[in-house]
Design a protein around this ligand. Structure first.
Ligand SMILES: Cc1ncc(C[n+]2csc(CCOP(=O)(O)OP(=O)(O)O)c2C)c(N)n1
Ligand SMILES: [Mg+2]
Length: 798
């Protein structure tokens, strides 16, 4: 169907306007705004220009309210310009692009005001986010949580060099396994990356790869001008020349202009009658317009391409473009951070018929009347349902999470038992939990949960072993009602899935409570995706287990050292490392609540720490004797705040042992032995170094800002009564810096024990001794910190 001419004219006009506004935004930030120095550069202008037509086609016409988009990071000025035309972005923020509280350099869900669906920045992640969001939409729909919402398409605008990122390939494979639908990836095939021009023939690799994974591929190469020229006598020769022209040469010619194209064409095609006449009929400017008319810059072409899709299979569009099209540095290999000079901008302004002082006027310089364009914009399907963030009620979390107590347990085992209890019940909480694991479901104790709640797949698939009555501990039944999503091993996929599941309340209007499990050391494999998920404020819980050198026989390749520091430093993620299962149950209860809390205006809670976010549980397979006690509300609060006295010291305390996690038995034993030669000893159980530290820094900030003059954080309250000369020994199975700051809270001398070097195989005793986190190491450290008799009683080697 030909595109209706008036629609085409309006969309083309708006697309020119978007290119202008994005260029002006960048120019303003760099040349006009006072103190713009230091904010200069940034690969935006050329990279944005590539997508002006495609994004205008999408946002002003093709997209529906239920569609969701991840925009290539450097196209952020185009995105902001489009939202400005819709009235969803302010001039003030555009003038302040890349500045303090201005429109963000890369589209940000949390920092921008103009309804960014998915943040982008670290290339590759936003692309995969759309794929997993589509799977999450399928999950929500299969569980009947969509209500009357329509299914949307999940769309990514992808840079061609962005496709180098491995996580995209990992996601493609996962998408294929799960029968991906409703996903469009639009590759901005400008054949340029940041440094250079991409390899020849890349599109063929993309094409075969996508087809291989079951995607449709639509190649949009030639614009309408080109198509018309190809139909002229000699046109075929021109097409052959274009097809065989190397990327570098084509890019360079686009930069050099019409005369350079003419010379090159004459040299290479020679005098071949018809095609020479075809070229001669055009002025230099017309020839450049023809040769720059690649598919991705032709509005009619793009509309036809998008509107020809009448199915829900995933589609990859490869749209040929020129980086920086329409701007003085189009095609130049160095253009990524290119800025127009004031003189070039002046010429561009004049060419757009924009009067000085009217640069921000929405419809300045366009042939159509403002009323006509305003009315056209107001009818864009994309904005039909208003703003895009959905509100979702919270799910009740019970006062306590139950588990069958046992004298000896590990936290990993406890995690499985707590989920099993939830699975047995029929609470709304359990109905909204979705678990996922990258091929470590059974080995992270999720098996019991999966046995009860089943695996998710769009079509039911029974466990053959069970059907054949072959004994097995685990039932592996897939159904649309299943609540576990089994992933392949790629940890990046796990965290991007968490990012998608953890935004379902806002994207699909259906709240989910995602829980991921993986081995703790492999957090590092998925770290950028974890950071990404937190950056866009997705809400999920990660149980990372086993961890540390406690995983002794597995050796250095499977042990983790840095993860406690990652947990502390990662914004948006409250990290915990419980020692006992009753602590874990308390933390998980707190976590399900925390995952559902909105950030308030300041993003912080009553005590200055973050009011809502995701949760990281660092767990262990080490079996530890469990305390027999009642979980009082006070104890539960202390556990969630990060610490409590397992043995409260008296007023003359000489030494305190503060421990985290699986080394609890060593700390308890050391305190027992110390009691023989030291008067007054405390044992501090630290369940969250992260929350303690966050509370401490927040309290200092609040006092400085005089918001809470006498307010004391939890760790200050715990340590303030200790005498000044009391020593503190901290210990954990992880990097010692995790707790190494505690001495600074009230000015106590301290010694921080932990693991600093790659582990190795051995028994837990061997390794704890080797790395200096056993009871004797704690005693030695205590002795060094306290004057008085040597510590007599030591643990004997067995
Ligand atoms: C993970 C990551 N690595 C590096 C960068 C820096 N970077 C930003 S854009 C870019 C290349 C962009 O090329 P392409 O995807 O083709 O986009 P284009 O600008 O051509 O549209 C690079 C290396 C980044 N943003 N993220
Ligand atoms: Mg590129």
């Amino acid at each position: 169907m030909p595109i209706e001419p008036r629609r085409l004219e309006r969309l083309s006009a708006l697309s020119r306007k978007v290119l202008w506004l994005s260029s002006w935004t960048i120019h303003h930030a760099n040349h006009i705004r006072p103190n713009a120095d230091g904010l200069k550069v940034g690969g935006h202008q050329a990279s944005s220009a590539s997508l002006a037509t495609i994004m205008s086609a999408l946002y002003f016409s093709v997209l529906k309210p239920e569609d969701r988009v991840a925009v290539k990071p450097h196209a952020s000025p185009i995105f902001h310009a489009i939202q400005y035309l819709f009235g969803h972005q302010t001039r003030e923020k555009l003038e302040n692009f890349r500045g303090y509280k201005g429109a963000q350099s890369y589209p940000s869900r949390t920092k921008d005001i103009d309804d960014v669906d998915f943040s982008t920045g670290s290339v590759g992640l936003g692309v995969a986010q759309t794929l997993f969001s589509s799977l999450v939409q399928d999950y929500v729909s299969a569980h009947g949580f969509m209500k009357d919402r329509r299914e949307g398409r999940m769309i990514a605008l992808v840079g061609d060099a962005e496709m180098d990122e491995g996580n995209i390939f990992e996601a493609l494979l996962e998408g294929w396994k799960h029968g991906l639908r409703n996903t469009w990836w639009i590759v901005d095939y400008n054949r340029q990356s940041l440094d250079a021009v991409v390899r020849e023939g890349l599109w063929e690799k993309f094409e075969t790869m996508f087809r291989n994974f079951g995607w449709d591929v639509v190649i949009v190469k030639y614009g309408k001008l080109m198509q018309a020229a190809f139909a002229e006598p000699g046109g075929e020769a021109l097409r052959r020349w274009i097809d065989s022209c190397p990327n570098q040469v084509y890019a360079a010619l686009c930069f050099q202009g019409g005369a350079a194209f003419r010379k090159r064409l004459q040299d290479e095609i020679g005098d071949q009658g018809e095609v020479s006449a075809l070229i001669e009929r055009r002025s230099d400017a017309e020839l450049l317009a023809l040769m720059s008319n690649l598919g991705g810059h032709d509005m009619a072409n793009m509309l036809e391409a998008f509107e020809s899709i009448d199915h829900d299979r995933p589609v990859c569009f490869i749209a040929y473009t020129i980086k920086g099209v329409g701007l003085p540095f189009q095609g130049h290999k160095d253009n990524h951070a290119g800025l127009m000079t004031p003189a070039q901008m002046e010429a561009f302004r004049a060419a757009q018929n924009i009067r000085p002082g009217h640069e921000w006027d929405k419809f300045e310089g366009l042939a159509q009347s403002p009323t006509e364009l305003e009315s056209f914009l107001s009818r864009a399907p994309f904005i039909r349902d208003g703003r895009r963030r959905l509100e979702t009620p919270t799910i009740d979390v019970p006062e306590q999470l139950a588990f069958p107590a046992a004298a000896q347990m590990s936290t990993q085992q406890g995690f499985g038992l707590i989920l099993n209890e939830l699975a047995r019940g029929d609470s709304e909480l359990a109905a909204r939990i979705v678990t996922a694991s990258p091929d470590v479901t059974v080995s992270t104790n999720l098996g019991a949960w999966v046995n009860r709640r089943g695996l998710f797949a769009k079509a039911a698939m029974a466990d053959v072993f069970r059907k054949e009555k072959i004994p097995s501990t685990f039932t592996w039944d897939y159904s649309p009602k299943g609540q576990h999503i089994e992933l392949g091993i790629a940890e990046m996929n796990l965290f991007i899935l968490m990012s998608a599941l953890g935004l379902s309340h806002s994207i699909n209007g259906a709240r989910l409570l995602p829980v991921a499990t993986l081995y703790d050391p492999f957090i590092e494999r998925g770290l950028d995706a974890l950071n990404y998920a937190c950056y866009q404020d997705a809400r999920f819980m990660v149980a990372a287990t086993p961890s540390g050198i406690t995983l002794a026989p597995e050796g250095g390749a499977h042990q983790s050292i840095a993860t406690p520091l990652i947990g502390m430093a990662q914004d948006g993620l409250a990290s915990f490392e419980p020692a006992f299962v009753d602590e874990l149950a308390t933390i998980m209860r707190w976590g399900f609540d925390h995952m559902q809390r909105d950030l308030d205006d300041k993003g912080s809670d009553r005590d200055g720490t973050r009011s809502g976010g995701s949760v990281y549980l660092r767990l262990s397979t080490r079996t530890v004797e469990q305390p027999k006690r009642i979980m009082t509300p006070e104890l539960a609060r202390d556990i969630a705040d990060g610490a409590y006295w397992l043995r409260k010291p008296g007023p003359n305390a000489e030494v305190v042992v503060a421990y985290t996690g699986a080394v609890a038995p060593e700390a308890i034993e050391a305190v027992g032995l110390l009691g023989e030669s030291r008067r007054d000893i405390g044992l501090l159980a630290i369940t969250s170094a992260d929350r303690l530290h966050a509370g401490w820094t927040a309290a200092r900030r609040m006092r400085r800002e005089r918001r809470g003059a006498g307010y004391m954080s939890h760790i200050e309250t715990l340590l303030a009564p200790l005498p000044r000369d009391c020593g503190i020994v901290t210990v954990l199975d992880g990097h010692p810096a995790t707790l190494g700051w505690i001495g600074a809270v009230c000015g106590h001398r301290m010694e921080a024990l932990g693991v600093e070097h790659f582990g190795q195989t051995g028994s837990i005793d061997d390794l704890y001794r080797h790395y200096g986190i056993d009871a004797n190491a704690i005693l030695d450290a205590a002795e060094g910190l306290t004057a008085g008799r040597p510590v007599r009683h030591r643990k004997m080697a067995v």
